[in-house]
Structure formats: C-alpha cells, structure tokens
Design a protein. Sequence first.
Lengths: 43, 248
Amino acid sequence: MRKDNGVLFDDNETRDDLLIKDMTPEELDAEYERIFGRPENDN
Amino acid sequence: MSRRTKTWVEDKSRAKRIEYAERAPKPVRYTSEQARALERKLVASKPGKYDSAVADMDFINSQAFADKFKGKYENEQVEQAVVKACRQLVKNRNGTFFEEAYFIDAHTGRTVSYVKGKTKNGIEMSEELKRHLTNAREKSIIMIHNHPNSSPFSRADYLTSSNYNSCYEAIAIGHNGDVFSFRNTFGTRGDFLGYFEENGKRFPYYESIRDYRVSYSKHSSRGADDYEARDLAWKEVSKMRGFIYEKR
C-alpha cells in the first residue's frame, strides 16, 4: 500500500473520490455557506 | 629506438579522432512532418501508453507557452529553467500515464533533484529527497510535475506542497499545455481532522481538504464538470485559506 503522509504526488483521484455523498443537497448548501459564505449568484 | 614526441602523440590522436568521425553515423535532418511522424511512432511504443495523454508539443514548445512564466520568478535564469523543465517533463512522458518531477532552486534555476514516477499518475519521493525538502531554506524550491490527464491539482499535490516550508512554488503542467501553480501553501492546511477511508484508499483529512471537497461537490451539483469544479474549488479554498492558486 502506498504511503499517505502527504509527501507524494498522487493524481489518481476521481470525481467519485471528491464528491461528498453523505450529505443531502440542503446540508451541502448549508456547509458551503458556513465555510465560504453565500455564493454571489444565489438568491 | 625513436623518441615519441608530444607532437607525434597529438597527431596520432587527432588522426584517430578524424577516422572515428568519418565512420560515425551522420546526423539526419528531418522535416518537421517527418519528425512528428517519428515522435508519434515513438510515443505509440512507450510503456504506460495512454492515448488521451498525447501532448500538444507544438504549443508547449511555442513562445506563447513560455510567456506563461514571464516575470514570475526572481530572475530570467530561473524562468528559463522552469520552462525547460516543463517542456522536458511533457516530452519524456508524452502519450503515457506516467509522471515525473523536477525540483529546481528558486534562486539559481539549478536542478536540485529529478524523480521518475513508477506508478500510474503518481510520484513517490525518496526519504533523502524528503529530508532535503525539509531542511532546505524557506521558499527556495520550485516543484514541477506533469499531469498526463491535464487536470488541475489533486489533494495530494496540495498536501505535498503545503508539507514543506522550502516550497516556493508547486507547478503541475498538463499535457495540453495548461499550467497550474500553488504558492504560499505551507501552514494553510488547517486542523487535522483524522484519516479518511475512501474507495479503499486512506487519506489524511485536514480542514482545507474538507473545504475543497465541499466546494467541489457544490460546483459539481451545479453542473460543473470535473475540471471546472476542481479549478473553482481551488480558487475558493486558496482565497479562504490565504495561499495563491493560479491557472495559467
């Protein structure tokens, strides 16, 4: 198994690796807003 | 017995050199069309063949590509070294899913290290190189590696660049000629939230990585494709966490 201590370049990640699947769209919106604020083009 | 003078020895060695030069195969001058055909043949025979990683060498060898780096470094010597390294990486790995990396001194342009990746889309560094990066002066190293699929940075790229105070800049060069740059990432990871298992891989989870995934998921849900979502997510995370992300 490859080391995972952050000292390598590993570009094998896929869309599937990055998408958060354990949140509902509403929860994702709330989390996004908590971190980044309200998106500019949101009503 | 005759004395062999210095002149006699020099003449003899000159004659040998001339004889060798006459026997050696002469360099062939190809037309650009012939050279391209030869390169295509070479690329097709490489191990790790990956059709969508065939590089746009015409653009990468152009002045427009070199202009992406203009005025971004301490001096022209470093700028030229970075452009040369980018071109060399893509040329070496053209048409394959392999990656390699150059580590360049940010003040002199000298190559500090060069690493060939042995696995698909990844590079591992030796313990010696990690030690060197840990001990090198602050912001003194430029890390450059190629992205065969021309995608923006991965999480591992961010974690690698943010791991070393010596990293002046991390560059990913896409085979299509896109250039991605991280600067000032050291100390921007945020709190360590534990390890995260996904698709059989174990991954360190920091606040910055969580933010990146939240932003990526948000943009994906609005219809952005993988490339756009990564690009937008790094833009937002860099703004939030105070480092520089640039797509050139």
